[in-house]
Design a protein around this ligand. Structure first.
Ligand code: SAM
Length: 259
């Protein structure tokens, strides 16, 4: 039978049978006045740890809604171990990056300031809100972790040695991404996409010398940074991630059967 629950919500609370979950004003309003749900209606909830559960609406009050968790619908899975490092972009484009990277399965979103990064602040709450919305919509069971926005050299200084960092270098200057990823060993990975103005040449030279960095090219055209993010993620997922047969052998299945 088709699954009748359309609404998925990310919550912080632990999830287990009989557990009460309180929703804040915004979500209560959304369920009651936008979706026009009522007491007794079901929603699906997930918290990134306990899988996905059906929960029934107990009632609404002024600015709140309470749910009771019923049965588990899916067991927790893990997202591929892929980080995305990117130079912050202007509002709109950075929202797009958070949304698309979440849909594409990244486990960590990490804004980093390069020498030519234009915006010098990042609204992490907004980034996270976009990621939560995307995770709810795309049936993920987790929301990507948010890395603290720091200068790129600081992020690289504490880099874990076993994590390959695929550097999206500028047009035409590196081995094609497909050639590199086809032979890539399994294991933790990260992608780095530069700012709209590109990397500073000395910065690029320094990054390229690091032992865990592998430069990759995304074809002969210069892509906007947000396009480069989606293109690089699609290549990684299809050649080394969970879009591949090998990828699903190496990781738990993306989706457990719905009971
Ligand atoms: N001003 C830069 C230039 O002239 O090359 C363009 C920067 S591009 C708009 C933003 C970022 O997207 C780059 O720093 C790079 O990380 C990535 N990018 C864009 N096109 C690419 C390509 N063809 N191959 C690899 N990376 C690319």
């Amino acid at each position: 039978m088709a699954d009748p629950i359309k609404t998925r919500l990310y919550v912080d609370s632990p999830l287990a049978e009989g557990q009460s979950v309180g929703l804040d004003h915004e979500r209560a309003h959304f369920l009651r006045h936008v979706l026009r749900l009522d007491r007794g209606d079901s929603v699906a909830v997930f918290n990134g740890r306990d899988g996905e559960w059906r929960a029934a609406i107990d009632g609404f009050g002024k600015g709140w809604c309470s749910l009771t968790v019923a049965e588990q619908r899916r067991e927790q899975d893990t997202a591929p171990d892929l980080w995305l490092l990117f130079a912050p972009l202007k509002k709109g484009r950075i929202d797009f990056v958070a949304e698309k990277a979440t849909e594409m399965g990244v486990s960590r979103l990490w804004p980093v300031f390069t020498r030519r990064t234009d915006p010098n602040r990042v609204n992490i709450d907004r980034l996270r809100a976009n990621a939560v919305e995307a995770a709810e919509q795309c049936e993920r069971l987790s929301v990507p972790e948010m890395g603290e926005a720091v200068p790129l050299d600081r992020a690289l200084a504490g880099w874990p040695a076993d994590r390959r960092l695929y550097l999206c270098a500028e047009a035409g200057s590196a081995r094609p991404v497909a050639e590199v990823l086809r032979d890539a060993p399994p294991g933790p990975a990260a992608l780095l996409v530069g700012p709209e103005g590109g990397f500073d040449q000395s910065e690029l030279d320094e990054i390229t010398k690091l032992p865990f960095v592998v430069p990759v090219g995304l074809g002969p055209r210069i892509l906007r940074a947000d396009t480069a993010v989606v293109a690089a993620l699609a290549c990684w997922q299809s050649l080394a991630g969970d879009w591949t047969a090998g990828g699903s052998d190496r990781r738990p299945p993306f989706r457990a059967p719905i009971p």
